[in-house]
Design a protein around this ligand. Sequence first.
Ligand code: ADP
Length: 395
Amino acid sequence: MRLTFFESIKQYVGFTDESSAALRAFHPIAKPFFGPIIDDFYDAIEAHPDASAAITGGQAQIERLKRTLVQWLETMLLGPHDEPYYEMRARIGRVHIRIALPQAFMFTAMDRIRVRLLDIVRERSAGGNFPDERRIATALHQVLDLELAIMLETYREDLVTKNRNAERLATIGQFAASIGHELRNPLGVMESSLFLLRQHLGPEAAGAHNVAKHLDRIGGEITRANKTIDDLLDLARNRPPHRQRTDVRTLVERTAATTLLPATVTVEVNAPPDLTVDVDPNQFQQVLVNLFINAGQAMNGSGRIFVEGAALPTGGTRLRVRDEGPGIPVEARYRIFEALFTTKAKGSGLGLALCRRILEAHGGTIDLEPSERGASFVLNLSSPEESVVSGTAVG
Ligand code: ADP
């Protein structure tokens, strides 16, 4: 029988039911020290500019994370160290990737916890009468190495996905340029023929129910085909953004008015009146159009789209675009930004890939965030000053 990834790494380090029992026995001894261990953990992050860059939500986020870390330590010692445990740890790993925590900090952070926990074991045994010292120390090393292996696996999975995406984009790029141009001409001819056909028929014949329905359908499909070609060419071209200060409210309202949405889909904007972003307005409008169209389709043509904008304490801007649709099933969540991934019969799977590419070209991010209802996309844009600072830090 094939072992799961978790079973195989447990077997490799020799982690058994006895190891789990040793950790459980250590739990009441270690618990009083969780507070200082966690404070030390976050002090180290806050003191380090590159590590703290991953924490964008200030003190409130740190408080939340501290509570999560208590939970993390609790479950690490109490187990059970089974498959759901592995799944839970992998989910935490994916959060690290989402907030762009560099791998090196995940590793060194784990070392701080290891040193502190082993200090507790040593101090306890210095007081005498602690026969379990070696058993517990070994189990701690084993479980922390398992944690590292799981975290590294999630980083690896992420890298594989990104590479696959880059390969796809490169392949799409090669085809897009040639096929896209080839299709433009016949579509242009169809478009003008449709226009002339309407004229020849005259308003009465063209307006007759059965005729109008088909003429509209031809027009709609030509528009859809053109949009697919535009998206393909944009993905292939990867144009650098021409940034200008852009008023968020105006941009959202203008986009909502020009996107072809059913009248029963409304867009509600909630952003401070003076909120601006430093973006290429055309490219950013394209991002919003794609998000609005997806939301409109997900809500089956009726419901509300909410766009919330806020300035971040770090100087950047956050936009959230959410809808009242059914949301995105768990199994699709990690794939929706892949080029060509679609769950729609007539989808191209290019919209979100294009959104991500545009955001990344702006030095920003777009992610799906957990939500109780509908799909919720978060767009983060750093301020130009921040980009300069991180640019110098990296360079
Ligand atoms: P397409 O719309 O052509 O399928 P996208 O890249 O825009 O391509 O979206 C990829 C997939 O993500 C969609 O097929 C759909 O399954 C999912 N998706 C995107 N936006 C939403 C949304 N607002 N609600 C539910 N699912 C969505």
